[in-house]
Design a protein around this ligand. Structure first.
Ligand SMILES: Cc1ncc(COP(=O)(O)O)c(C=O)c1O
Length: 416
């Protein structure tokens, strides 16, 4: 099995850089912001914590994560929380603990289907409606559940991403409610990946977790990689339902965790325990991050729209998912592009723009769609990233302005 497509594009960028080419890095989904100094200091202070600690995570972290969810209308006790070295391994362990076939939105984050494949579990890709990324179409989900049952391999779970990677959209409340109803009817566990929840661009936009509507069957995963830009610190948490199902999953999850990662990194847990209490300094840091993500994702969306792409406007995180099919004929004649893989290849090899092809997200290979990550435009180093974070007009900063200009020029060549 190939290395994850997102990591592969990062490596392609590094290779091109070594060849002396300046690649516009729109491929890798990293938050692209510096570590807040308060987090840095606390991590240094916790460096002496070299014991393994409990498999589920340190009590202080589990309490703090429970508090985080309580403040989001989700009553939670520490015993419902399990921490792990990132939400990615937690998702893998959850898929294994739940077992059976899983329904995934199409398109969806590259690793869900890859993890199911590693586990020899079947992934059913269910289309999403435009602007409703991350949540399978409820009627199609119900039909897939029926079909799977008839074939003797019933679906066991459905995964939703709120807000979504790759599309950057947040599905409407009625979609989420409809999927909860289907899950209940077909007895599916709902895995709700809420890693971008705190990065919904409009803070006034209402957010509905499936755990509010179907608390008995919803498992939430989240972490500090995106909201606090701490991807490399590797810490995620999962909230299990307060039900018999939740207890069963917890037992299996801890069994897997104890045999695979033992416990999350102890010093990181100590810092995360503080972060999940949501101190004012971090709330302000998060607000600034959210503003920057919204501003730059919006500006990149405008560049794509000006180039004739169609897209659902980004609403959370730092992604967008433009469709360039309006230029299909011209791109086929000019560049020999007939599918998303070819489109992404021409963009990186000929036009110095790294993106990911829609096919990496399970999308129709012939659709001319790309996943564009906008957060590495903030700059190549902490100084420029920090400047972007605090500047009133980040789009006027020379390196961000140049990045947007480079993108517009590349798209003009691609489609002209
Ligand atoms: C939708 C989604 N879920 C989960 C993850 C994994 O995050 P973590 O760093 O917590 O493993 C990512 C990271 O790119 C993601 O985009």
């Amino acid at each position: 099995m190939a290395v994850s497509a997102t990591l592969a594009v990062n490596e392609a960028v590094e290779r091109a850089r070594r060849d002396g080419r300046t690649i516009l890095p729109l491929g890798f989904g990293e938050a692209g912001l510096p570590v807040h100094p308060a987090l840095r200091e606390r991590l240094a202070g916790a460096a002496g914590a070299n014991g393994y600690g409990p498999v589920a995570g340190a009590a202080q972290l589990l309490e703090a994560a429970a508090g985080y969810w309580i403040r989001r209308r989700l009553p939670t006790t520490a015993s419902q929380v399990v921490a792990g070295p990132g939400s990615k391994p937690l998702l893998y362990a959850l898929l294994q603990a739940i077992g059976g076939d899983v329904a995934l939105p199409r398109p969806s984050w590259v690793s869900y289907a890859a993890q199911a494949e590693l586990l020899a579990q079947r992934a059913h890709l269910i289309d999403t409606a435009p602007g409703q990324g991350g949540v399978p179409d409820p009627a199609a989900l119900a039909a897939a559940a029926h079909r799977a049952c008839e074939r003797g391999h019933p679906l066991r779970s459905v995964l939703v991403t709120l807000p979504d990677n790759p599309t950057g959209t947040l599905a409407d409340r009625d979609r989420v409610a409809a999927v909860c109803a289907v899950a209940r009817e077909h007895d599916l566990v709902i895995i709700s990946d809420e890693i971008y929840r705190d990065l919904v661009h409009d803070p006034a936009r209402s957010y509905l977790s499936p755990a509010e509507l179907a608390p008995e069957r919803t498992v939430i995963t989240t972490g500090i990689s995106k909201s606090l830009a701490l991807g490399g610190w590797r810490l995620g948490v999962t909230r299990l339902p307060a039900s018999e199902l939740g207890e069963r999953l917890r037992e299996r999850l801890l069994h897997i965790a104890s045999e695979v990662w033992s416990s999350p990194a102890n010093p990181v847990q100590q810092v995360a325990a503080w972060a999940y209490t949501e101190p004012q300094v971090l709330v302000e840091h998060l607000e600034a991050s959210r503003r920057l993500h919204a501003t730059v994702a919006g500006a990149v969306a405008e560049v794509f729209v000006a180039a004739g792409a169609t897209l659902a406007w980004p609403q959370g995180g730092f992604y967008l998912y433009p469709d360039l099919s309006a230029h299909r004929d011209r791109m086929a004649q000019g560049w020999g592009i007939t599918d998303s893989q070819g489109l992404a290849r021409v963009l990186i090899d000929e036009l110095d723009v790294a993106t990911l092809p829609g096919v990496a997200f399970g999308d129709d290979p012939d659709a001319l769609r790309l996943r564009v990550a906008t957060s590495l435009l903030y700059g190549p180093d902490d100084l420029r990233r920090q400047t972007a974070l605090v500047d009133d007009d980040p789009l006027a900063l020379p390196w961000i302005r140049d990045g947007l200009g480079q993108l517009a020029a590349a798209l003009a060549r691609l489609t002209g």
